[in-house]
Design a binder for this molecule. Structure first.
Ligand SMILES: O=P(O)(O)OC[C@H]1O[C@](O)(CO)[C@@H](O)[C@@H]1O
Length: 243
């Protein structure tokens, strides 16, 4: 595992965008695994700026997103489909046909999860997977549990995740109770993983995930077993790491 500890959110966003840019430049037809939430907003902003400066070309890039709320249509401004278009896809020359996100409107969970797992496999493997991390150590929407979920699945969101994400909705009652998420197995098959994390409120999750035992109770801890993980944190998120 490689750690970059940056001064603040802006610096970590620049670092993360540079790592993604290096991937796109070295392999223009790469497959990027993408994340949502507040963590990657600055990273996407930096990538858009690089594109606008003529430094990046997304025309051959393919993407697969980690997760989507079940029940939210694409035009709901809290859907991850909407988020990705708002923060990245609508601002760069990516071909929308090359972007993939689980379909939150599909009511048949089993069918949608099996289909999405096939979609990701058909891309030939994710070259670089971007991840955020939840306060409870979740990655994608893989919540703490008794085992690591292997494939794309339908998740019952934990009360703590609903609480954390209610800031984007009118109230906690409006936060969907379920989501489709790549499994830990899907995530672990990516060739490279880039996890970004900011803020003191995530410091305990960072310490437990990367410096504690590997356990499904802390889903991100599995990343200790991946051969190519880069963690880009700010100082606040790294403040509880044992030194
Ligand atoms: O970046 P945030 O908003 O703190 O979210 C952290 C994680 O939580 C999720 O948004 C899901 O709750 C993930 O997609 C994200 O990686």
């Amino acid at each position: 595992m490689r750690f970059y500890v940056e001064k603040d959110y802006d610096a970590l966003s620049q670092r993360a965008a540079n790592i993604i840019a290096a991937q796109v430049i070295s392999k223009p037809d790469c497959v990027l695994g993408l994340a949502t939430g507040s963590s990657p907003v600055g990273t996407y902003k930096n990538l858009v700026a690089k594109y606008e400066n003529g430094d990046l070309d997304f025309s051959q890039v393919k993407t697969a997103n980690l997760d989507e709320y079940k029940g939210l249509p694409k035009d709901n401004d809290q859907s991850y489909y909407y988020f990705m278009h708002d923060h990245l896809f609508d601002h760069v020359n990516i071909d929308p046909a090359n972007t993939n996100i689980p379909d939150g409107t599909c009511e048949d969970s089993e069918a949608e999860c099996a289909h999405y797992e096939e979609v990701v496999a058909s891309l030939g493997g994710v070259d670089l997977q971007l991840l955020g991390i939840g306060h409870n150590g979740h990655i994608g929407f893989n919540e703490p549990g008794s085992e690591f979920p292997k494939a794309t699945h339908c998740v019952d969101l934990q009360p703590s995740t609903i609480e954390a994400n209610k800031r984007f909705f009118a109230s906690a009652d409006d936060v969907p109770k379920q989501a489709y998420s790549m499994g830990i197995g899907t995530i672990m098959r990516a060739k490279k993983i880039l996890l970004i994390v900011s803020g003191e409120d995530k410091a305990e999750a960072v310490a437990k995930s990367f410096f504690g035992p590997v356990t499904p109770e802390v889903p991100a801890s599995i990343l200790q077993f991946h051969p190519d993980v880069t963690v880009v944190a700010d100082e606040a998120a790294f403040s509880k790491v044992p030194r």
